[in-house]
Design a binder for this molecule. Structure first.
Ligand code: XMP
Length: 513
């Protein structure tokens, strides 16, 4: 089934992903593409409307990105947001220049013409501005539909072509009525049906997987217990049953009872054809004596591929490799700014594709993380696995600072288990983006009874974040911290001190190594 869709042309704004998410929240399918995409390519996608995003450039500067001129003859409604408005104006003879005053933050928008973009809104609304340039004179055919004290052309419209431009950002939460504005454009002006639901995605994806894989071919994929690989695995199982082989590699640096829980959830409860590879010894031998974080990562990444490959060859006659690629990774790799320098190395089993001549299957590549979670719930997964915090591929190895020994692993596992349990008990787990314990490479003096102790230190980390690129430390209530600290010091042998990490990212990172 082909859905009504909206295309967003990305001019590089930090908010471009948010536009896509807001439109999808309306139940309308949309895709983000680089602003430089050729209009001919867009025609093949048959969008019902186009949104031009904001961007960090000035339209009149050398090197500023511009839309394909053929875009302007496309014939569907368009909405330009911030840079998008300026680009639309520039291309049609309007004048854009630096504003005397940069406008950043809240502004009050006075609506002059309500229909169709501001339908159902009061005359004055709060909007979020973030611009240094503004439109000074409008192209022919355009007129103002709203203004702020600083922007005469805060919202404009060319009713003949159904083109709209707004200087503010409707996609951010600081524009409380922004969703209605997007809804008026997408569902009202463009007439899109709201048929993009997780239920429809699920049915269509299962059908697509069956068509791709056919009647007899097989698929392998790694699962880690994380939400992406879990949802991808359950989806594959629903589509092709036991012709999907899931592989769980126990690398010896998983959390307490992690492998058992994944087995219970995916094999016993969901019926997935899951192979557990107990490779803890192999990994531990290679990690012995290693203290450098990047070396730990490399050893774990390479050993993972070796172990995975052996199992894949043992299964034999495999045709596809499943990867839990998400939409942000896809957008990142096609951005007009080029792929970002940060390349995920772990679980990058790409080498297998060539060695074993496998084809790639990525059923989640259209989804954002919160959509993957919604799909997980639709597939009947329990909330615990759907809302699990991310866990890095190198596991506890990069949370034991310094050398990894069995004793130190036991200490960290136990402390982390207490910490997670108490966060869940206090109802804080879902509110926190990521939390974990770290074992520090120092000893500190303490007293226990009458004697002096000289033992290890546990640091607790908890962060609030939406994208894991930036993060704030999470303010766990003192009472809860007290309970966690008491329990760890009393129950975990070898620890006599607990500290709380109050650093944000940047300049710190979320992990300690
Ligand atoms: P940092 O520490 O860079 O972490 O602020 C950002 C997010 O990435 C995770 N992380 C990793 N995940 N392999 C992974 O699979 C790694 O080597 C790795 N290093 C960091 C981290 O847990 C956080 O969610």
């Amino acid at each position: 089934m082909r859905h009504d869709s909206i295309i967003i042309l990305d001019f590089g704004s930090q908010y471009s992903h948010l536009i896509a998410r807001r439109i999808r929240e309306l139940g309308v399918y949309c895709e983000l593409h680089p602003c430089t995409i050729k209009a001919a390519e867009l025609h093949a996608m048959e969008p019902k409307g186009i949104v031009l995003s904001g961007g960090p450039y000035s339209v009149y500067e050398d090197g500023a990105p511009h839309a394909d001129p053929a875009l302007w003859d496309f014939g569907v409604p368009m909405l330009g947001i911030c840079y998008g408005l300026q680009e639309m104006s520039r291309a049609h003879g309007g004048e854009v220049a630096a504003s005397e005053k940069r406008e950043y933050g809240h502004a009050e928008l006075k609506i002059q013409t309500a229909e169709p973009l501001f339908k159902g809104l009061p005359e004055h609304i709060q909007v979020w501005m973030s611009h240094g340039d503004k439109v000074l004179s409008l192209p022919d055919g355009f007129s103002d539909i709203a203004r702020t004290s600083n922007s005469e052309h805060a919202a404009v419209c060319d009713p003949r072509r159904n083109w709209f431009g707004i200087q503010f950002h409707p996609e951010v939460s600081h524009t409380p009525m922004g969703k209605t504005i997007l809804e008026n454009f997408v569902c009202g002006v463009c007439g899109c049906a709201r048929d993009w639901t997780m239920g429809s995605f699920l049915e269509e994806t299962i059908e697509r997987i069956r068509q791709t894989v056919g009647e007899s071919e097989t698929v392998i994929g790694a699962v880690s217990g994380g939400v992406d690989s879990t949802v991808a695995a359950v989806l594959m199982h629903k589509a092709i049953g036991s012709r999907f082989h899931a592989i769980l590699v126990d690398n010896g640096v998983l959390r307490m009872k992690e492998a058992e829980q994944v087995m219970a959830r995916l094999r016993d409860r969901m019926g997935i054809n899951l192979h557990l590879i107990d490779a803890g010894e192999t990994f531990m031998k290679k990690l012995y004596g290693v203290t450098d974080p990047e070396s730990k990562r490399k050893i774990i990444g390479n050993t993972f591929i070796e172990v995975f490959e052996i199992e894949a060859k043992r299964i034999g006659d495999v045709n596809y490799l499943l990867q839990g690629t998400l939409y942000p990774d896809v957008i990142e790799s096609v951005s007009f700014k080029g792929p970002s320098a940060t390349i995920k190395t772990h679980h990058n089993v790409g080498g297998l594709l060539e060695d074993m001549e496998l084809k790639l299957i990525e059923p989640l590549r259209e989804l954002f993380k919160d959509e993957v979670r919604a799909l997980g719930l639709e597939l009947g997964l329990d909330e615990e696995s759907v809302y699990r915090h991310p866990f890095p591929g190198p596991g506890l190895a990069i949370r034991i600072l310094g050398e990894i020994t069995r004793d130190r692993l036991e200490i960290l596992r136990h402390a982390d288990h207490i910490y997670m349990g108490e966060l869940k008990e206090a109802g804080l787990y879902r509110d926190i983006g990521q939390a974990f314990a770290v074992l520090l490479p120092v000893r500190s003096v303490g007293v226990m009874g009458d004697s002096r102790t000289y033992e290890q230190v546990i640091a607790l980390r908890a962060v609030q974040t939406t994208d894991y690129m930036t993060a704030d430390w999470y303010p766990i209530p003192t009472e809860v911290l007290k309970r966690i600290s008491n329990r760890i010091i009393n129950e975990v042998r070898g620890v006599n001190r607990v500290v709380y990490d109050v650093s944000s990212k940047p300049p710190s990172t979320i992990e300690w190594e």
